[in-house]
Design a protein around this ligand. Structure first.
Ligand SMILES: Cc1cc2nc3c(=O)[nH]c(=O)nc-3n(C[C@H](O)[C@H](O)[C@H](O)COP(=O)(O)O)c2cc1C
Length: 311
């Protein structure tokens, strides 16, 4: 990597010397058939205590172990290698499409996949932005989103029909150039915060800054990133992506408002330039000790006896 140029691995179009456009040329067209059908879980015959290899899916999965493991110790390793490995191994990752406004009034829009919900009480989300200038000139020049989210921002979930627009917003425009016009997406006024939300998003959160956490490298003491926590003041959700309220009531669900993954069709980051989405959500009931404890214990004991396993 050149010593006087900052290359953001997420925006460089020739990452690791590749022409990224040619990576997609020979792929089949996107399958836009309305795909989604809920299915049963992958191993409906699984009972508490059974080993992975005792189901058909599990047996095939465990076969892969024959090829062994690679071990990557991170200390002293090329950070880009570690980054690419984490980016592709920790997946699927939801993507926050962050809209913010600078002090001088420039709107900003950028995707962040180091993102997740933190908790509901208070309702919190977080995203994390890398500060890449530490690598080249040792300065702390943060991404516009971080500079701007000192007070407030919106987080918008991205759906398949406008994946290209959202992806394009990762372009490294100069500070005074807004990504909004370039993407063709539509600003919609927010209720609680100055930053607009994305009209095309079926699920947007208006956030007030809750906390920022500076990532300081424990060895080099460089400021390599910032985690931004947002307090969700308000959620806008499109009616057509919700689970039908009558169905919800009939199922005895206590919640009044739930998003249907089959309808919202959000995209996830899968590493490198790969995105994914859910085609077949499956349903898998959970157990509680209070309700199922006795049965669970009995089945596990029987299983151990049958297999000659000790306690
Ligand atoms: C799908 C996707 C996810 C990304 N996730 C992150 C991330 O989690 N953290 C980060 O620092 N950059 C991430 N990037 C790169 C930023 O979007 C990019 O650096 C952008 O230019 C930052 O914009 P800003 O300077 O206007 O805030 C991602 C890019 C894409 C395409």
């Amino acid at each position: 990597m050149s010593s006087n140029v900052t290359i953001d691995p997420d925006v460089s179009s020739t990452l690791y010397g590749r022409d990224l456009q040619s990576c997609i040329e020979n792929l089949p067209a996107f399958n836009s058939n309305d795909p989604v059908a809920y299915t049963q879980p992958p191993n409906p015959g699984w009972k508490f205590g059974m080993k992975v290899e005792e189901t058909e899916e599990g047996r095939k999965w465990v076969e892969g172990e024959k090829q062994g493991w690679k071990r990557v110790d991170t200390e002293g390793e090329d950070w880009m290698k570690v980054y690419q490995l984490m980016l592709s191994g920790i997946q699927p990752r939801p993507i926050a499409f962050v809209s913010s406004v600078s002090e001088d009034g420039v709107d900003n829009l950028a995707p962040f996949s180091f993102f997740n919900a933190v908790g509901p009480f208070p309702p919190l989300v977080s995203y994390s932005a890398m500060n890449l200038t530490w690598e080249t000139d040792g300065t702390s020049k943060f991404k516009d989103s971080v500079e701007n989210t000192t007070k407030e921002f919106t987080v918008n979930m991205i759906s398949i029909p406008w994946a290209e627009q959202a992806n394009f917003a990762s372009i490294d425009t100069p500070h005074d150039v807004s990504e909004w016009e370039l993407t063709g997406l539509t600003k919609m006024e927010s209720t609680h915060v100055k930053a607009p939300r994305v009209k095309e998003s079926a699920f947007s959160m208006e956030c007030e800054l809750f906390h920022t956490y500076d990532i300081i490298h424990p060895k080099t003491k460089q400021h390599t990133g910032t985690v931004v926590y947002g307090l969700v003041k308000c959620i806008h959700v499109r009616n057509d992506v919700l689970v039908d309220s009558k169905e919800l009531e009939a199922s005895g669900h206590k919640a009044k408002i739930i998003v249907d993954p089959a309808k919202i069709r959000t995209i996830a980051r899968m590493g490198d330039i790969t995105y994914g989405h859910v085609r077949e959500p499956f349903r898998l009931p959970r157990s509680s000790w209070e309700k199922d404890g006795e049965v669970v214990k009995k089945v596990v004991d029987e299983y151990k006896k049958e297999k000659g396993l000790g306690n």
